[in-house]
Design a protein around this ligand. Sequence first.
Ligand code: MSS
Length: 363
Amino acid sequence: QEDAAALPDYVSWKDADDLILHSEQTLETKRAAQGAELITPSNDLYIRNNLPAPPEDIVADRDAWEVGFEGVGSPVTMTVGEMKTVAVETVVCVLQCSGNGRAFFEHETSGSQWSVGAAGNVVWTGVPLRNLVEAMGGIAEGMTWLTGTGGEEIPEGLPKETIQVERSVPKEVLDRAILAWEMNGEPLPLAHGGPLRLIVPGYYGVNNIKYVKRIAFTAEESPAKIQQTGYRTRPVGEEGDPSQPSMFEMPVKSWITGPLEDAKAGRVQIHGVAMGGASAVEKIEVSTDGGESWTEAGFIGPDMGPYAWRPFVLIAELGQGTHMLASRATNAKGEAQPENFEPNERGYGNNGWRAHAVEVTVS
Ligand code: MSS
């Protein structure tokens, strides 16, 4: 049993036993802790901050938090308190870092060496953005992007565009985006973006702007570095540029969360989690022989919508020896996980089933 790491102050309320501390700003959920849970408990959920979290006082009076809206019929500033009187909706969706699975690439990658734990399934409650935009006179003409700006203060004199966490996503996400003030039934913790966070179900973590202070419909993508050259997939060795694919919609993915190392011969419960990405997960198969044969596994618990993950289980008869356990999910569009995912410079987007397989010793 390893000693639990001492957690940084802003996340000291989390369960240190279930987390891997990569840095002050990056904490990963242990694979075993993900288990077959429907919802990731808040105190187990991973953390990824590109900048240090703002001071705790921004959540002292949550309803007073202001957001500026631009690129709509009538631009306004609105408080969280006011938003709460417009409409309320709950959505369950996977929050996953673009770099989740980076550790499984063979080439050397910069960035946190996440295995599977930069992901969780989370319940968000807030106001649908479409209701706000409707009340503000709709999206202004010629605007094609939804741009969200993080509430971190950029110190005077530093180049804003290279530091600011600001992301643009296609405005079509208006059909599902919400501004959330609650996570897993509690006021949204500062560490996860309280008082208010932009949630874009089906999209990679980076697009879910924490402590959001500005929502703008824009004609161009944000000039921020994190949009222009960051979070773009490109061949190993190449620099980022705006022509490359951005980390927007997530693909289908699954992984086994137990057993991970050893098991007793006989009937064994193999479990894990599966997500469809931007469309519902429809099928999950498990292999106990490194992908030579596959058996359909069953989902556990209720279906919580197209953007949520589903835990799965297969009871298999395992004999003594080494077994390579793998899982392969298929979504409603008929897309299945590839055996191997193409390496890319920053190690983004890995959903290859072979890299996510585990070798288990059965005795
Ligand atoms: N937001 C802000 N404001 N800031 C920062 O830094 N980051 C990103 C998102 N958002 C940020 C934001 C990322 S990058 C991610 S993943 C996410 O978030 C995470 O979350 P959490 O809550 O878990 O921490 Mo990658 O793709």
